[in-house]
Design a protein around this ligand. Structure first.
Ligand code: HEC
Length: 98
């Protein structure tokens, strides 16, 4: 009885982990950006990144991160992302192949 209960718990944990892995990492990271960059009416002054080529998002994020592009908000924000994170979120948000 105890053994089968343990088996059920293990199966449940494995299923949950599998579902979490199915969420795209780029999408997960991009959700943070979209609170400001979705182009909604409340964010009219912040550019809508879905109109940008992915390569431009990558280059600008790196410029914010290394300080070569000064900014009010993005210089601090960009520091929290690795190059791999930036590539993944830019691929998810931006227009590919430009
Ligand atoms: C709190 C709001 C906010 C969030 C969240 C945010 N940004 Fe920004 N973003 C800005 C602002 C404001 C600017 C204008 C530059 C500045 O002053 O920081 C900007 C500028 C940019 C630009 C340059 C746009 C251009 O026209 O050159 C890029 C690229 C960018 N953000 C990418 C991102 C990415 C990628 C994320 C998520 C990792 C993100 N931003 C999250 C507010 C935000």
């Amino acid at each position: 009885m105890k053994k089968s209960l343990l088996l059920v718990i293990c199966a449940g944990v494995a299923l949950t982990a599998g579902q979490a892995a199915a969420i795209d990492r780029g999408q997960m990271l991009a959700d943070n950006c979209m609170s400001c960059h979705s182009g909604g009416a409340n964010n009219a002054t912040i550019p809508n990144l879905t109109q940008y080529p992915s390569s431009l998002i990558v280059s600008q994020m790196k410029a914010f991160k290394d300080g070569s592009r000064p900014a009010t908000m993005m210089s601090r924000h960009a520091k929290g992302y690795s190059d791999a994170d930036i590539a993944a979120l830019a691929k998810y948000i931006g227009i590919q192949g430009q």
